[in-house]
Design a protein around this ligand. Structure first.
Ligand SMILES: Nc1ncnc2c1ncn2[C@@H]1O[C@H](COP(=O)(O)OP(=O)(O)O)[C@@H](O)[C@H]1O
Ligand SMILES: [Mg+2]
Length: 314
């Protein structure tokens, strides 16, 4: 079953097009990783999908129902963890959960049971009586996630939930996402970390500059760039001269350098390993060599000519 189906969504902020005819289907039971650099349009997409902002044109159906007409019913089955953490600083964790549970119509024993369960899930049981001001960033985020889970949503949407938090919280969040998914929750998980998308997503949707530019399983996406083979060299002298000579070899499509590491990408079948190694030995002082499996980073690079990392908004 399709949980959400989005067709031709356009969203403009003044002159800026933030979503340019975006189509996307989210199937039940998936973890869909929405991957893209900052400014790609991920948050805008999520806000349109959940009815937080209006879009200019296009159609959205969630749980088979037209989103504009049935927004209230739809929201009952959605859990949304927004990019900015939304909790009350002057209420304890438990009081925050009581407030958000009340919004979803939970009362009495049911509410108490769900509060205890979600506190346990996010590992905050022993801090339930504290004000979030005393929490680390990761604990605030986990409380924020608990608030979105109280009503046991079928469809959980998380917008960059691990940005700027400690590794332990990050691990807790990713593990919980997986566990919820195993119990049947469908997830949409927005991130600009390709490692996270690669680790967690059963389907990856890559966004860039207001468009969906690719989608598929990690395997499918990575296979699409196997027109490239990458060799990683570690050399003592990674000089410009060596880089230049590598770039001039037959079949080489890209040479990049970070410190003593040089990555040489070639067309498949270029059969130039010997020449690459000879050059590296002669003028670089070759220390080690590995062949590199492509990652989602390579998929993005292949499609856009840019890297996912270190991007500024355009
Ligand atoms: N409220 C807003 N007003 C004007 N421009 C916005 C607003 N929100 C987002 N944008 C712009 O829309 C584009 C997409 O932003 P966003 O959806 O936040 O991307 P992402 O979540 O992928 O980082 C960016 O260029 C951003 O500057
Ligand atoms: Mg965002």
């Amino acid at each position: 079953m399709v949980i959400a189906s989005v067709r031709g969504i356009v969203k403009r902020y003044g002159d800026r097009v933030a979503l340019d005819h975006v189509d996307l289907d989210i199937a039940e039971g998936e973890i869909v990783g929405l991957l893209g650099p900052n400014g790609a349009g991920k948050t805008t997409f999520i806000h349109c999908l959940t009815g937080l902002i209006r879009y200019d044109s296009g159609d959205i159906k969630v749980f088979g129902r037209a989103q504009r007409q049935h927004l209230l019913e739809i929201k009952r089955d959605i859990g949304l963890v927004t990019q900015e953490i939304a909790i009350f600083q002057d209420l304890t964790a438990r009081e925050n959960l009581q407030f958000f549970g009340g919004i979803y119509g939970l009362r009495g024993a049911d509410l108490t049971r769900r509060i205890d369960e979600t506190l346990e899930l996010v590992g905050l049981t022993e801090y339930a009586g504290q004000l979030p001001v005393k929490y680390s960033g990761g604990m605030k985020r986990r409380l924020n996630i608990a608030c979105a889970l109280l009503h046991e949503p079928k469809f959980l949407i998380m917008d960059e939930p691990t940005v700027g938090i400690d590794p332990q919280s990050r691990y807790n969040i990713l593990e919980n996402a997986r566990a919820l998914n195993r119990q049947g929750t469908t997830l949409l998980y927005a991130t600009h970390y390709m490692e996270e998308a690669q680790a967690i997503a059963s389907q990856v949707v890559i966004m860039d500059r207001a468009n969906v530019i690719a989608q598929g399983t990690v395997d499918e996406l990575v296979k699409s760039v196997q027109s490239q083979e990458t060799i990683r060299l570690e050399v003592a002298y990674p000089g410009d001269d060596l880089l230049e000579r590598l770039r001039n070899l037959d079949g080489v499509t890209r040479v990049t350098q970070t410190g003593n590491q040089i990555q040489v990408a070639s067309r498949v079948g270029a059969d130039n390993l010997d020449s690459v190694l000879t050059l590296a030995r002669e003028s670089g002082g070759l220390q080690s060599v590995t062949t590199v499996q492509p990652t989602l980073e390579d998929v993005f690079l292949d499609l856009t000519g840019r890297t996912l990392r270190d991007q500024r908004e355009n």
